[in-house]
Unconditional design. Sequence first.
Length: 261
Amino acid sequence: MSGITLFIILVIVGLLAGIVSAAAGLASLISYPALLMMGLPPVMANVTSAWSTVGSAYSSIAASTKELRHDKRQMWLIVPLVFVGAVLGAILLFTLPGKFFQELVPFCIGIAGLILIFPHRPRQAQAAMAANSHSLGRHRLDTLLTALGVFLVGIYAGYFNAGAGIMMLTLLAVVNRQKTFAVNNALKNVAMTVTNTIAVIIFAVETTIEWNFVIPLFIGNVIGGALGPVIVRRVPSRLMQIIVGGGALVLAVSLLIRNLL
């Protein structure tokens, strides 16, 4: 494969990854398997994917200002939690065995997908939450547990980029059932921008970056990241949950099969 052909293929992969990252938090459904197929080892594929998706993270925030305009309070509650979590997670990536995260990822992504496909709260509970919820939870315990969940997802995001977006989106969808998919997705984009930024800075210090892969993926991700929120606004929330949950299950099964081979 010539250098120009590889560049074009990677830009296309980045474009698709950017769209699904901004629209669903599933960039790794595209970029991570593609990088593995191109011969990169799992940790290097994870690092390369994380670097490339920074582009879609910032462009998706710029495209999500409409959704974020009325949710700034919750956004600023999330940011410091995922910031600290991402720092810890990125450090763990280089201290725990590589096989550990390979085996953990499929199960985490699969659980997140199932939660999105099969929401567990009846409509009456959703209506009650809509009437009483104005932050990360109705009560102090709810807020504490949700903050812990956001922090843990932040650790995971810094530790292993693949599937982190779907986990954050699932958590927000459970907590913010009174909000639309587009709003929760916008909050997810902010959280993932923080975690990706911290992770790639640490990755740059700790490991070698494959710039010949990162640059074309980054270009595609920037374009795709701007398109994702626009697509989300035009698709019903429940349909998006089913699509994203199904995609998460596909990613989980594909990664599990790869681990078993």
